[in-house]
Design a protein around this ligand. Structure first.
Ligand SMILES: Nc1ncnc2c1ncn2[C@@H]1O[C@H](COP(=O)(O)OP(=O)(O)O)[C@@H](O)[C@H]1O
Ligand SMILES: [Mg+2]
Length: 317
């Protein structure tokens, strides 16, 4: 196996790209967290057309032609790199559920763009990856975490997506409660008001700043730091069960938030229930008491992915 640092075209490119949770409560359109749940892509150049095979999430649902989101993203990446690959076979092994707020669209985009770097024989430029992925996705929060890993803060400068990555406190993990039903991001965005009360905006600014501290060094503050007043409640009509679960979990001291545009609910914390500073038990950062998934939901116990999308250029064989 060779890495893409060799800067020459290859026979097969493999990509592993993480699921992501965005917003995290008060960090609307800015905060992202990469999770240890992955889609794998295997791209084999050859021929003159595109063949797509999908197993796992989205199998039998996503298109298998040039309109497939990964294929579109590979083409966009190749175009940006000035590279040409006349044809390829794309195999997708998907584990990130679609339309649930765990960043499946961002994983598809970031994975496709990263594959283009591999096909072009170029090392991945993660800053540029965020710019290109944001252009396709339309908002930078999930793509930033998928590209950089860890906890990311994203913003736009002019039209360009930008992001920084911060490490998370040791042992941080997430429980994701994923319902069987979907909510499309477009639909959830349509429920947000054009104007919000100044007091709500002010409260969110403070909580967003506090959440940076909570995720990086003070997990015992996660419950208060994940309070949101800008988006979650407005989206309640599209996902009443999710808001009910958030309220129930928070009522028992667990820092629960709506993941991205929902309907997945994520609890953040450290499974061992110890605080970062003292090592003493701190209820708010503990998963102790995180209940099993309700009927019609699936519980995923996940870690934080530290590195973001990974690319390997292989000899075919
Ligand atoms: N791995 C994938 N391959 C192809 N298309 C995908 C993939 N992941 C997501 N998509 C497309 O994106 C849609 C889901 O995007 P979105 O509504 O933003 O939900 P999510 O929160 O999962 O990102 C899917 O219905 C599908 O059209
Ligand atoms: Mg999405």
């Amino acid at each position: 196996m060779e890495t893409t640092d060799d800067r020459r075209p290859c026979d097969q490119v493999r990509v592993r790209v993480p699921a992501t949770s965005a917003n995290l409560g008060p960090g609307f359109d800015a905060f992202g967290l990469a999770l240890t749940l992955y889609d794998d892509l295997i791209v084999t150049p050859g021929g003159s057309g595109v063949t797509v095979e999908v197993t796992g999430c989205g199998e039998g649902e996503v298109p298998l032609d040039e309109s497939h989101l990964v294929v579109r993203s590979i083409h966009r990446g190749l175009e940006a790199l000035g590279a040409t690959v006349p044809g390829f076979t794309l195999r997708c092994e998907n584990r990130i559920p679609h339309g649930r707020g765990l960043g499946s669209s961002s994983a598809a985009i970031v994975g496709g763009l990263a594959a283009a770097y591999g096909l072009a024989g170029e090392p991945v430029d993660r800053e540029r990856l965020v710019v290109l992925a944001n252009e396709i996705e339309g908002h930078p929060d999930n793509v930033a975490a998928a590209a950089l890993g860890g906890f990311t803060i994203a913003w736009t400068e002019g039209e360009s997506g930008r992001a920084i990555r911060l490490g998370t406190v040791d042992g941080l993990a997430a429980v994701a409660y994923v319902p069987d039903n979907r909510v499309l991001t477009k639909e959830a965005r349509g429920l947000l008001p054009g104007v919000v009360p100044h007091g709500d905006a002010a409260a969110n600014s403070g909580k967003a700043a506090l959440l940076v501290a909570a995720l990086t060094e003070r997990p015992e503050l996660l419950l208060t730091a994940t309070e949101d007043r800008l988006h979650q409640e407005y989206r309640e009509p599209a996902m009443p069960e999710s808001l009910a679960l958030v309220h129930k979990l928070r009522g028992t001291g667990l820092p629960a938030i709506v993941s991205g545009a929902g309907p997945t609910v994520v609890v953040l914390g450290r499974p061992d229930g110890t605080s970062a500073r003292s090592g003493k038990t701190a209820g708010q950062s503990s998963f102790r008491g995180a209940p099993p998934a309700p009927d019609g939901w699936t519980r995923y116990d996940l870690g934080i992915d530290p590195v973001g999308v990974q690319v390997w250029s292989m000899e075919a064989g």
